[in-house]
Design a protein around this ligand. Sequence first.
Ligand code: NI
Ligand code: MN
Length: 223
Amino acid sequence: MPKLTFLGHACFLLQTEDGETLLFDPFIIGNPQAPVSAEEIKAGYILVSHAHMDHLGDAYDIAARNDAMLISTSEIAEAAREKGLNVHGLHIGGSYRFPFGTVKLTLALHGSGIPGGHACGFLVSCGGKTIYFAGDTGLFGDMKLIGELNRPDLALLPIGDNYTMGPDDAVVAASFLKARQVIPYHYNTWPLIETDPLLFKEKVERQTGADCIILQPGEAHTL
Ligand code: NI
Ligand code: MN
């Protein structure tokens, strides 16, 4: 079963059954919640949803140290390639079959953090499970389509408000996505995005029937 570890803010580490390691939005240095140092992280693939510093974070350094492949939008992949990194660029709506499974880029309503680009989310299918990582995004109606077409087993959703969906919109997102399980992130890193995840859990479980798992930084969930 794939195992997902929360590394604080919007950073997750996904370990697949066949031993591959995928790192999402590795913001470690400067992240007051980070439970590990950037040097300790081992990853074969690094998925970057957009180039804001709390997502691109330490991606380049970790990719270089691990000789990892950086997966992102074409614009960010090109910027990373210019740093000498191994990259795979996709764009929204496009998917690609990697050795560990399939990655599809989804819409995210958010700035790209890089000229000309667009933020994205990721649908990752591996080991018979589909995980939706929303990236930084506001609520959008096409999450319904993502839910209908992909039936994610697990949806990772930002709930901290101000820069992304707040908890009430994230409850609507969870109902659109029809995920069996939901894990919130992008909250309580700083005072500006303080929110009570227990209130979100109570609402999302009551209104959508999904199980909500709250992970403290460093904690893991096996799908
Ligand atoms: Ni952002
Ligand atoms: Mn962010």
